[in-house]
Design a protein around this ligand. Structure first.
Ligand SMILES: [Zn+2]
Length: 423
């Protein structure tokens, strides 16, 4: 049976790899062909000069070519960890350590999970470092220093220890004492935990990494206050963030629920946009709030969590699942193994989630255009963002359908124009 499990896993893994790799190749080819024909989409004609366009093509191609190697590298590491029997060795070592320090079975579980996390964090460093200090730096985006990069890593580590370890302990404890219905209890616990994180993340965790300040006095702020009043958005929730500390990329996002909700504008975005464009971006973010997009996304994720935990409850009671990857059956082993092998299965959910997310983006754009009674500012903001971030103007449609959480700027602009045509 172990052989069958490994074979099925490898077949699905190979399929995922082929799709992922193939989509990237398609996208690279599409961009190269468009560049050779100078096929700038209509919406961008006259809005992007030849030099910026060439730079955006170069940026996309550089990232895509690097993605080939990072994909091969990451897949090799994962297969090595899963198939070499090293998980079993790490688990035994964690068991001995826990025993000699009188930490018991939960101690073994925590040590094992941490050790696996360390393996993937450390092996992931080379690609991450090259991407940040090689590619991003070459194109003038990177503002992170090595010091800041590693201080971020250390803060992340502290967070995992302070929040992740207690979280893991509770899950392991529920698995141990709740019998066959443990997964329902775990579902309730994890759902509540997620809600708690959504509330505490913007107010307690994010400020540890970035400075958040209420938007500065000025015309933009005045007009935003008026807009917020019109829409009914609590105005104390609009912040500017020092994104320029790490990267010249610009962005804006809406996060949190209830009183913890926030709209965050990167300082880089405020700097590069006109007041009217900035206002359009804000109207878009308020659209996410008004249409309860966070809640809808959360609901879908909760359904996935429920299904995932149910499947895990079947696997944890099925010894061949462990034997296939060289592990002795245990609750912590099931958690880690499930996380590591689920990729080839959950891979197909990503485009569905992205599709839902893209639907939300169209809705928020529509909301912005209707609220401002003009689609032009949103269009201009999108063009501005796309050009400054060197975003790919001509992604392959399959690639963007699979990977993009936002529709392309061209798709969004066309949707806004259609809206104007009907109103
Ligand atoms: Zn959005």
């Amino acid at each position: 049976m172990e052989q069958v499990i490994v074979t099925i896993f490898l077949a699905l893994f190979a399929l995922q790899f082929a799709i992922e790799f193939g989509l990237n190749e398609l996208n690279l080819r599409q961009v190269a062909i468009s560049a050779a024909q100078k096929a700038i989409p209509d919406a961008f004609r006259g809005k992007i000069d030849a030099q910026d366009y060439a730079k955006s093509v170069d940026y996309t191609l550089t990232n895509g070519r690097f993605h080939r190697w990072s994909e091969i590298y990451g897949s090799t590491i994962l297969l090595l960890v899963l198939l070499s029997g090293s998980l079993g060795v790490v688990d035994q070592w964690a068991g001995q350590w826990a025993e000699s320090s009188a930490l018991g079975r939960y101690g073994q579980g925590i040590i094992f999970c941490c050790a696996v996390a360390v393996i993937f964090t450390v092996t992931g460093l080379p690609t991450e470092l090259y991407s940040t200090f090689g590619i991003e730096a070459k194109f003038g985006f990177n503002k992170t220093t090595l010091g800041l990069y590693f201080s971020d890593k250390i803060k992340g580590l502290i967070l995992s220890l302070v929040i992740g370890v207690p979280f893991l302990l509770v899950v392991l404890w529920l698995m141990e004492i709740m019998g066959s219905t443990w997964w329902l209890w775990a579902f309730a616990f994890i759902s509540l935990f997620q809600l708690l994180m959504i509330v505490i993340f913007p107010t307690f965790i994010a400020p540890w990494f970035n400075k958040f300040e209420p938007l500065k006095e000025g015309e933009l702020r005045e007009r935003i206050l008026a807009l917020a009043e019109q829409i009914g958005f609590q105005t104390s929730g609009i912040y500017s963030m020092d994104g320029s500390k790490r990267s010249a990329h610009s962005n804006a996002y809406f996060t949190g629920i209830g009183k913890a909700k926030r709209i965050v504008l990167f300082d880089t975005l405020i700097e590069q946009m006109t007041t009217t464009q900035g206002l359009a971006v804000l109207a878009h973010e308020m659209g996410h709030y008004k249409m309860k997009h966070i809640r809808r996304m959360l609901l879908v994720q909760t359904v996935f969590l429920f299904a995932g935990l149910y499947i895990l409850s079947l696997l944890v009671a099925y010894p061949p699942f462990f034997a296939a990857f060289g592990l002795a059956p245990s609750n912590h082993g099931a958690l880690v193994l499930f996380t590591l092998v689920s990729g080839p299965f959950t891979f197909y959910l990503a485009p569905l989630m992205n599709r839902l997310s893209r639907k939300h983006e169209y809705e928020a754009d529509r909301f912005a255009a209707l609220t401002l009674r003009d689609g032009k500012p949103m269009e201009e903001a999108l063009i501005n963002l796309t050009v400054k971030n060197l975003s790919n103007l001509t992604p392959h449609p399959w690639y963007s359908a699979y990977h993009y959480s936002h529709p392309t700027a061209v798709e969004r602009i066309e949707a806004i124009r259609r809206l104007a045509a009907f109103s």
